[in-house]
Design a protein around this ligand. Structure first.
Ligand code: 5GP
Ligand code: MN
Length: 336
């Protein structure tokens, strides 16, 4: 982020603006943390609202300010009016309007200035100001840099808590390859605002219902290995979800367990979504294996090199069969 961006931004962001902050659908800690970090930063001198396309996991309710998030699916009229009167719209932690689901049209029709802050690859060019860098660990780290550029003195405990949470969530607590010395420096500076590191860890990772543990058991039990390939895959059926009172966000992180096995470079989780008529797929990998290319080519998805998602409209069994064939073809074409 540099002087040029700062000049462009200063023209767009003077006081008393109607600012809307939008995370991707089913927002995670990075998406919601970046919205809430900016919310606390702009509040006071501007009218600022966060509109999430849909509901999100209640695990994130501990983030300061989360009670003010408007869920588009629940408050369509209010959201539409807010967007109609917006001067500035931030899209945070996504770079393709389709990831804002049913808000996409309202964003593209809006006369507001659109500012993208995001760390995914291959951004679409829908924003007036694009702050896009796929080398960054998280959108929250980018928002931290952005706020430091605008007015570092305004950072307080609430802003720091929201941004720190997004950074630790997207870096697996400063472990994933996207973690740089700058990421750690941002974390370190944020802790100086009184962030409670242990409490955030507890809220993110040790704050589940007993049934979620049983669901994890089912997912782990379902893992299968593909002969001759460094790939594991598992699935969570509709029944697994019903038996274990599945709630949004309950399967977060399950796919990573596949990568805990020696020699495994790619782990995949299929989640049956009978009500939506599709299978949601999570891809994770290590080393040279880039799952975003695979996800976009075979499963209408995308994401980061080592963490991607996609969908399938086939049945669970047919999806697994297709996956086994596709991954064999993909590895033969690209890695042999
Ligand atoms: P998850 O497996 O946690 O749902 O998603 C991992 C990452 O993949 C997300 O952070 C996001 O970058 C990306 N992703 C997930 N679902 C989709 C999708 O349907 N389309 C695209 N383009 N990216 C996705
Ligand atoms: Mn992110």
């Amino acid at each position: 982020m540099n002087e040029k961006i700062l000049n462009n931004i200063s023209d767009v962001l003077s006081n008393n603006k109607n600012i809307i902050l939008i995370p991707h659908s089913s927002p995670d800690a990075d998406a919601l943390g970046s919205c809430l970090g900016l919310y606390h930063f702009f509040k006071g001198e501007n009218n600022v609202s966060i509109i999430s396309p849909n509901e999100y996991t209640d695990i994130l309710n501990f983030l300061p300010g989360s009670e003010s998030v408007i869920v588009f699916d629940n408050e369509k009229e209010k959201s539409t009016n807010l967007l109609r009167n917006a001067d500035v719209v931030f899209t945070l932690d996504f770079n393709s309007l389709s990831r804002a689901r049913n808000i996409s049209n309202l964003i593209s029709k809006s006369s507001a200035k659109i500012i993208m802050i995001d760390h995914h690859e291959n951004p679409d060019k829908y924003a007036d100001i694009m702050i896009s860098d796929s080398k960054m660990s998280s959108t929250c780290e980018m928002v931290y840099d952005f706020i430091c550029l605008l007015d570092k003195n305004k950072i307080n405990n609430k802003i720091a808590t929201c941004l720190y949470t997004g950074i630790v969530a997207d870096t697996g607590s400063f472990r994933y390859p996207s973690t740089t010395s700058k990421t750690l420096k941002a974390g370190s500076e944020l802790i100086n605002y009184g962030v409670n590191v242990t409490e955030i860890f507890e809220k993110l990772h040790n704050n589940f219902q007993f049934k979620r543990l049983k669901l994890l058991g089912a997912a782990i039990n379902n893992f299968k290995k593909i002969d001759g390939l460094p790939v594991l895959y598992s699935s969570i059926t509709d029944d697994d979800q019903k038996i274990n009172s599945f709630k949004k966000g309950d399967s977060e992180g399950f796919v990573n367990f596949g990568l805990s096995v020696t020699g495994i470079l790619c782990s995949v989780l299929f989640i049956e979504k009978k009500d939506e008529g599709l299978i949601k797929i999570s891809f994770r990998s290590k080393g040279d294996f880039k799952v975003n290319i695979f996800a976009s080519r075979y499963f209408s998805g995308g994401g980061h090199e080592h963490a991607s998602g996609g969908i399938s409209k086939l049945s669970l069994i047919e999806t697994e069969k297709k996956f086994i064939k596709d991954i064999k073809d993909h590895i033969k074409e690209n890695y042999e």
